[in-house]
Design a protein around this ligand. Sequence first.
Ligand code: BYC
Length: 333
Amino acid sequence: MYTQGLDSLGKECLHSSASETAALEARFQAKVDADDKIEPKDWMPDAYRQTLIRQISQHAHSEIVGMLPEGNWISRAPSLRRKAVLIAKVQDEGGHGMYLYSAAETLGISRDQMLEQLLAGTAKYSSIFNYPTLTWADIGAIGWLVDGAAIMNQIPICRCSYGPYARAMVRICKEESFHQRQGFEIMLALARGTPEQKAMAQDALNRWWWPSIMMFGPSDGDSKHTAQSMRWKIKRFTNDELRQKFIDVTAPQAEFLGLTIPDAQLQWNEATQHYDSGPIDWSEFHSVLKGNGPCNRERMQARRNAHEDGRWVREAAAAYAEKQKSRAASQAA
Ligand code: BYC
């Protein structure tokens, strides 16, 4: 739907001289600097378009792949209430993926192309979803930490320079905030439960803490896209700034739960008014990105199977649309 009417994309500068392109670029950057939104039919540098396609499609894939670790627990949620809430949450993630694919389509890529890239393994999705959900407490930890990290990263994207992405993020963030609270509430129930339940909550925190910290991406010195994305106001904060904000809000929450964050160097620093924390094991992050995390293969196989299982639905929908089209054509004749 969104790709309709994009035929004019880039035509403006197709035959333009270097000086005309420079003028277009200057006008574009002035608009970004003034905090105006860039809309699909506006002229934009190709690198800006490609950066957005990369980031938004990776984000969409993350939402869809992110349904898998939690979906794993729908049939084993400990009560009907927990089951209903979890179903709603997983369904929300599917919806987020759909808004984000639609936002990316406004840039001139089709959903089929994005899915092909995911299934071929050429598009990334968040490292965090390559970890297993071993106990019910993991569902609490995902909501509390993973959705908590997601909100920290995504609230600033509501002010992203690209209009369709920014607007999609407003609704997504409202839902993410509910997700974070449901996770924290699961953790609170476990932390105030039996010693076994509290131990389960602590074990989940032990396993999810560092992957959640890594979710924010490489540290600023190693982040190849941050500087340009900040100039374009696609990103409003660097990876390290967001990571620090997350640690600062989450550490007191762990204390409230009576749980211990697995970082011996985590300590409030009165001088900086931030928490100091220990070093991140970047070798683990890079290994997960290369496809060698605990669940990378399983996640990709699940997506490929889902795509194959849905083939008959796509074919039936296409055949039905074709039938409607020829019926309308014969009636018009
Ligand atoms: N995992 O230069 P950098 C969710 C890649 S959904 C994998 O800093 P950038 C949720 C990065 O793509 C969570 N790859 O990049 C869903 C780049 O590779 P390429 C997803 C990562 O783009 C369901 C390279 O490393 N959130 O929360 O400036 C249930 C260099 O990095 C990761 C989003 O997608 C990673 N963690 O910054 C619950 C938010 N980190 O493309 C929750 C939108 C980095 O050059 N995305 N890479 O091959 C962003 O804000 C940014 O894209 C990132 C990375 C901060 C993630």
